[in-house]
Write a protein that binds this ligand. Structure first.
Ligand code: APR
Ligand code: ZN
Length: 251
């Protein structure tokens, strides 16, 4: 990560009037939550069409639920890392206005972020496949597959599967925030899944400055104004300190 880009990015972000963040699996990687693509990613070992589509769930709900239970067990042991905490602090300082995440692990909320837009849902939310029953759980499901306490139909993970529409309310909020953004901080996403991957470009087209944090180039890098190469915890620490310095606040 070169310090001149970092300094310039910290100055831009410190001066921003409507900073919006977009995060992906890479921000949770150092908390021990596996990413999807790249070395060791989940989609290297598992097949999307067998685990993360409505058809897969209809075909074999036990297999799909066993995989989500396994992911819940990993996530329940994970703790928010400093990158999550830095974003929560930037929100507390009044600088970060909204945090749009593709992650379903809930780590942003556990780090203290309040205005979180979970575009792909949340693994801790279960909803019934027949009635409107829904609940948030705190620990991995016991029964596989879990059943609705009201109508005994199958419960499903409250996440967005491939081929499904994103939750309307969250998507609308995300577009509203992007349309008002004068700066966008993108952390740990490959930028290949739409529509999330397109949000930084939309922001840029409306004049926002795009700052990207990633260990390697992504689909977003070609149009990022600043590409800060490095691990999210390391870069976010330096960026957060640089912003605090410019705002005369103690990190
Ligand atoms: N620090 C910063 N970036 C990191 C780190 C790290 N420690 N580790 C990995 N990365 C980067 C990778 O280089 C990659 O660009 O995080 C990104 C992770 O990309 P993906 O695994 O594709 O995750 P994401 O972009 O969130 O995927 C989007 O795809 O499978 C669906 O619904 C799923 O929400 C997910 C969506
Ligand atoms: Zn039900």
């Amino acid at each position: 990560m070169d310090s001149s880009s970092l300094d310039a990015a910290a100055s831009v972000l410190a001066k921003s009037k409507h900073l919006v963040a977009l995060t992906g699996a890479g921000i949770s990687a150092e908390s021990g939550v596996p990413t999807f693509r790249g070395r060791g990613g989940l989609w290297e070992k598992y097949k999307v069409e067998e685990l993360a589509t409505p058809q897969a769930f209809r075909r074999d709900p036990v297999k799909v639920w066993s995989w989500y239970k396994w992911r819940m067990e990993i996530i329940s042991k994970a703790r928010p890392n400093f990158a999550h905490v830095a974003l929560a602090k930037l929100e507390e300082m009044g600088l970060l206005k909204a945090l749009i995440t593709q992650n379903v692990d809930g780590l942003h909320r556990r780090a203290g972020s309040k205005n979180v837009i979970e575009l792909h849902g949340c693994i801790w939310r279960l909803r019934c496949t027949s009635c409107d029953y829904a609940e948030y759980i705190e620990e991995p499901v016991r029964e596989v597959p879990p059943r609705c306490p009201r109508c005994r139909s199958l419960l499903r993970p409250g996440v967005v599967w491939f081929g499904e529409a994103l939750p309307e309310r969250e998507l609308k909020r995300a577009y509203q925030e992007v349309s008002r953004a004068d700066a966008m901080l993108v952390v740990g996403t490959s930028g290949v899944v739409m529509p999330a991957g397109m949000l930084p470009l939309l922001a840029k087209e409306r004049g926002a400055v795009v700052v990207e944090v990633n260990v390697e180039e992504s689909a977003i890098t070609p149009y990022a104004d600043y590409f800060l190469r490095g691990r999210a915890t390391e870069v976010m620490k330096a960026l957060f300190e640089g912003i605090c310095e410019r705002l005369g606040k103690s990190p």
